[in-house]
Design a protein around this ligand. Sequence first.
Ligand code: C2E
Ligand code: CA
Ligand code: CA
Length: 749
Amino acid sequence: MTSRPQNLRQTAEAVAAERAARSPAGADRLSPNDTQAMLQELRVHQIELEMQNEELRLAQVDLDAARARYFDLYDLAPVGYCTLSAQGLILQANLTAATQLGLSRQALVGQPISRFILAAEQPTYYLYCKKLLDSGAAPPCELGMVKHDGTPFWGHMVASAAQDEHGATVLRMVLSDITARRLAQAELRIAAAAFESQQGIVVTDAARVILRVNPAFTAITGYTPEEAVGQTPRLLSSGRHDAVFYAAMWSAIAASGSWHGEIWNRRKNGEVFPQWLTITAVQDNSGRPTHYVGSFVDISLRKAAEEQITKLAFYDPLTGLPNRRLLVDRLEQALAASQRHRRQGALMFVDLDNFKTINDTLGHSQGDLLLVQVASRLSACVREGDTVARLGGDEFVVMLLDLCEDSAAAAAQAESVGKQIQTALNRAYQLDGQTYHSTASIGVTLFADQKVGIEELLKRADLSMYEAKDAGRNTLRFFEPQMQAAVTARGELEASLRLAIKEGQLLLHYQSQVTVGGQRTGVEALVRWLHPERGLVSPREFIPLAEETGLILPLGQWVLDAACAQLALWALLPEMQNLTIAVNVSARQFQQSHFVEDVQAALQRSGANPQRLKLELTESLLVKKLDDVIAKMIALKALGVGFSLDDFGTGYSSLSYLKRLPLDQLKIDQSFVRDLLSDPNDAVIARAIVALGHSLGLQVLAEGVETPEQCEMLASMGCDAYQGYYFGHPVALANLAASLLNMPYSPRQ
Ligand code: C2E
Ligand code: CA
Ligand code: CA
């Protein structure tokens, strides 16, 4: 529709004008038809007008709604709107602005906006307003503001100058609360500053691929960001922790979100260093880790300091040996352990004789030098697990662990170490430009249980050390009288055995060895000691001592020579010339590098027939350097000497070595023979030994045969030869012939 008439009069005029235009003659007279038509048209117009009114009403409704929406928007907008007078008084404010400033909209009206701006920010605000009023606009500004109740907040203002309906200048302002953003920015700045900290920081994704590292990371590890990013932290792995360690670490992170602890890592230059590491998982809303942040500090220095402190606290600075505190600590553990394992331990006080003299005459620095050398000599004398400590001055303590269960044997062990210590400490010392000699007194006490306290033990060892000093220095004394007695007796025994070898107090007894037919084929030579006061002493008493002290070497040599001499003599007697002599050879003797030559020399000196000499070896010999043993056996075999394996079945019997040895005979150990009839096990073993020996082509001899029943049973097993009281005790040479004549029983085939 084109422009609409405004009212009825105008409409009527418009209609008349239209008619006049259509009929120019007599047009000013209205016919009834015309009137009718006019009325008709008027009605149409009226309807049109009503429609127009309805449209207007609807438009008004629209407008009202739009206005309401506007006010909603105005009030509920996330930003504050204020209209200010040119003087900065609030003329109007929306709801958000009211909330921001902490007063109702009505209460805000008339308030100067400046009262909501922090004093420090006022100059900025005035400059801003001035710019607005001068030029109508100004770039947004951020201001520290304060609510009515005093709560500070950060405001962001955008404003423009305008004219109100009366032509007055007003400022329309949009105000936003940007406190949260400012805080976030500050946090970011803090985080960034933290990232630049002295701690090494590494950020990885959920797959532990490194995304970022900080400069401290590079400073500590040596890896630049370019080298680290894209790798995993395995780059730093030192290899000192096993998979279990890392698995525990990651499961802790999975369970609690973080882990911290000490860890050894490797720098780019290969150096392994300790660090204190904290790993934190960054999780998304559903709790899934999205990143890991590891921060660490290099604690090498702290660790070194800790170690230094421990060293000072537990070690003697001069010698580096444990000090009294550490000794007491270890002694406590040793007491507990010895109670558990029932093994004896020994505590030794070692004190240098005349240390004061060297300190006084040569000076303290020389004295220190001496102590350092003593410390290292002492340490060389003990086994791993034993402790050498310095209590101060020239007082050293040696703690020996894991000695024998039997206290007499333990005392012997302790004494032997004590002797070694004395020998070591008696050697000359090279001090600054001079040679110095010293001796040491040693006090010993044994411990096997906790009944005696630590202090008491130390006191005992100390006391016996003073006794050792009283006894003339360079001596060793036990605290326990019975130990002292045992050790003293041993010492005496050793001295007199030494003398016995030299003075010819040893002699040989012979025990017959017979075949199944009862024929004597040879004898075993068994050494005896004819002691001037004690009479005949059994080898069971002195052979072990001779083994320990090394006296077995001259002793064994003497037996060998005596046996060869005997063989040479028997060669001249028709009844004896076919007899062999079996000589026991100790492992230590056989292991002598010149053993083959020794035997050869003995044979040559005496002129004995090597075919008549049989050497009895024990399995203990075969434990080490088997190739060397075999080579020696082969060399002796080449001379014509025979071999028997003694005490067979009690040792480390192994078929593999048996096959390689050039043996002639196995001797079933007497322990199996003793209970042959009563213990089925022993019978089975004896039978097995016979079978084994035969399968290797060896003769099998049973020793310790005492009864005809044993003999019979052994014969039934196929045993080839016998030795034992049943056929004759070991006897002196003179009685040998008689025992031969009195042979009581000849087992049948
Ligand atoms: P062995 O080599 O096993 O010697 C056999 C031991 O059993 C001898 O003890 C002997 O007297 C004893 N015996 C012999 N027949 C019987 C018997 O029917 N019943 C019982 N119960 N015992 C019997 P002996 O002479 O006291 O020698 C003990 C050990 O001393 C020897 O055991 C041997 O290992 C060692 N020994 C003896 N003489 C020497 C030697 O000259 N050199 C070396 N290295 N050790 C020797
Ligand atoms: Ca023997
Ligand atoms: Ca034996």
